[in-house]
Design a protein around this ligand. Structure first.
Ligand code: MG
Length: 384
């Protein structure tokens, strides 16, 4: 029985993880939940799963939750808040496996703390790997702690990698849906509205990641994530646009063989893979191969999607530039959703922040967060 700490339990990955727990009660239970700001959902989850500990984003939200649990006569659930609360969830003695699914760098300290505490991590939070991948992977290697990617592409790569050695890998091919604007004429990009950008053709996801898919910055973050998770340079990671999102990624080996992973577009599958690794439990997440007629692949257009070029540049420099890429994008996406900058202002903001970011390689989580704050300040000034 694996007892899970779920960081980001009310988000889409968190909820999918809980539906896996629901489906496999003989394999998984919930030890702790870090829930963020949605008290209604956190309360419902606490009632359903009876974890040892629930953490909320703030003290007010935590006391709100405590009160509701008291009123309902529920005892034995501790309520915490803030970063300390999230860290308490990820390092709880009753947790055997940590699902890291808090969006943004908010989950960074808790993920690092989990690795230091020797807990295997299922990582859905790509920002952690982008901002602090050098620190996290080093800590994981030193302690022999597995980091299992839940991001669908990296999960696919992880699966394909199992058939060869690291030295036998030539290129990691990350597939990208290309987003909703793959075929939109370049001159219309400036007029894209948040409503248009929030409609993703194949995946239903959170707001930031949906916009990041539309700019392809998401794929840019995934390039850096792949470099860190699989210990390869950016030159060994390439992107291919695959509108059907059926092949989740591919690995090309030195002998010329290319392996691809195909499955239904449902995040429950990579979550189950990460939770169960190295086993493969039988599931109902089937893919109808007999109904598959064709698969399209095309080269990404770096002119339409300047975020891809910016990501390769940040990947080459690493350190503070990777941090700034992520931080500046998060601020720029907020600015776009609030109507303060146009769609094309997202890559412009990131490019300007990267240009004024000094080359540095933070060695601690505190230094990572400081570099993150600095980049956010620069981006906010530009968006305002
Ligand atoms: Mg992905």
């Amino acid at each position: 029985m694996k007892r899970l700490a779920i960081l980001g339990s009310t988000g889409s990955i968190g909820q999918s993880t809980l539906s896996i727990v629901e489906q496999f009660p003989e394999r998984y239970t919930v030890a702790t939940l870090a829930a963020g700001r949605n008290v209604d959902e956190a309360y419902a989850q606490a009632l359903r799963w009876r974890p040892k500990l629930v953490s909320m984003a703030t003290e007010e939200l935590a006391s709100d939750l405590s009160q509701r649990l008291r009123k309902a006569g529920v005892t034995g659930i501790e309520v915490a808040h803030g970063t300390a609360g999230t860290v308490a969830c990820s390092t709880h003695p009753d947790a055997d496996f940590v699902v890291s699914a808090i969006v943004g760098v908010a989950g960074l300290e808790a993920t690092h703390a989990a690795i230091l505490a020797g807990k295997p991590v299922g990582l859905a939070n790509k920002e952690c790997m982008v901002a602090a991948g050098e620190i996290l992977t080093r800590a994981a290697r030193e302690r022999n702690v597995p980091i299992l990617p839940i991001d669908s592409e990296h999960n696919a790569v992880h699966q394909c990698m199992r058939v060869g050695t690291h030295a036998e890998v030539k290129t990691i091919w990350l597939t990208a849906s290309g987003g909703p604007f793959r075929q939109l004429p370049l001159e219309q990009f400036a007029a894209i509205t948040p409503e248009q950008a929030l409609k993703h053709p194949t995946w239903v996801m959170g707001r930031r990641i949906t916009i990041d898919s539309a700019t392809m910055l998401n794929k840019g973050l995934e390039i850096i994530e792949a470099c860190r998770l699989f210990d390869v340079p950016p030159s060994q990671v390439r992107v291919t646009v695959h509108p059907q999102s059926t092949v989740h990624s591919l690995v090309e080996f030195v002998d010329g063989s290319i392996l691809a992973q195909i499955s239904v577009t449902d995040m429950r599958l990579p979550i189950l893979y990460a939770l169960a690794y190295p086993e493969r439990p039988a599931s109902n997440l089937t893919f109808d191969l007999a109904a598959l007629r064709h698969l399209d692949f095309e080269q990404p257009d770096f002119e339409r999607f300047p975020c891809l070029r910016l990501a390769y540049e940040a990947a080459e420099k690493g350190g503070a530039h990777a941090i700034a890429l992520n931080a500046a994008d998060e601020v720029a996406v907020e600015g776009f959703l609030e109507g303060r900058i146009p769609f094309t202002g997202i890559p412009r903001t990131i490019e300007a922040v990267l240009a004024s970011t000094p080359e540095a390689h933070p060695a601690t989580i505190a230094e990572v967060l400081a570099a993150d704050q600095l980049a956010r300040q620069m981006a906010r000034a530009l968006v305002a």
